[in-house]
Design a binder for this molecule. Structure first.
Ligand code: 3PG
Length: 222
């Protein structure tokens, strides 16, 4: 195993990765691997501490490799994992955490095998329970806007006080405070922190300014 993974082994949760930092996770779709470094720099200088590169483009693994090599303050993770073999691939690329839109026993086994912090997606009380039984306590609530938003999260708190959530789907500066103020929300994620159109057009200064503004909007809810 490459040396740089060793230092990361102590970080076992997203709560540890985000401790004392902005609880915002940009969900990135990057088509061009040469965008890795300038995009990373824009987000790091905005105060972003965790970055999710989705495996939705052929360039994604190379972007994770280049971002995690260049990262100074942010942890670079991988998103949209839907196949078990992807866990070893993202670990080898240097990812510090993994996110999925859903969970199966096969994915759970692969996640445990690589040992990275893993945030599988759920949208119902049964899925929360199944995820907890499989050993996961930090879950992605997706799509948050369509599946009940803050009301759903409030219902989960008394049932599963040991589970916390990262809502994604429809998050924006307008509604993020209503999520982050909930006791069972550890972070919120979204493409709004770095829209794919701005990435594609290499508009790094706009991305930096937007993310800086979003970090400021979320700051009162730390
Ligand atoms: C995700 O995979 O988390 C979503 O694509 C993020 O949702 P959004 O596009 O509404 O931010």
């Amino acid at each position: 195993m490459p040396h740089h993974h060793a230092a990361r082994r102590g970080t076992s949760s997203m709560a540890a990765i985000l401790a004392g930092k902005a609880r915002l996770i940009p969900v990135l779709q990057v088509d061009n691997a040469d965008h890795a470094e300038p995009l990373l720099t824009a987000l790091e200088s905005a105060g972003i501490a965790a970055i999710e590169v989705t495996l939705r483009t052929p360039a994604a693994l190379e972007v994770i490799r280049r971002m995690s090599r260049a990262a100074s303050s942010a942890t670079v993770g991988a998103g949209t994992l839907t196949r078990p073999e992807q866990f070893a691939q993202i670990r080898d690329a240097g990812a510090g955490f993994a996110v999925s839109p859903a969970l199966t026993p096969t994915l759970a086994e692969a996640a445990h095998a690589v040992g990275l912090p893993y945030v599988p997606g759920v949208a119902t009380p049964s899925e929360v329970l199944r995820a907890r039984e499989l050993g996961f306590h930090e879950l992605k609530f997706f799509p948050a806007d369509l599946m009940g938003g803050t009301g759903w999260l409030r219902h989960m708190l008394p049932l599963y006080p040991d589970v916390s959530f990262c809502p994604t789907g429809g998050i924006s500066d307008r509604n993020i405070g209503s999520f982050l103020e909930l006791a069972n929300v550890f972070a919120a994620g979204g493409v709004y922190l770095a829209p794919a159109k701005l990435i594609e057009a290499a508009r790094w200064e706009e991305i930096r300014q937007g993310a800086t503004q979003s970090v400021a909007v979320a700051a009162p809810f730390q």
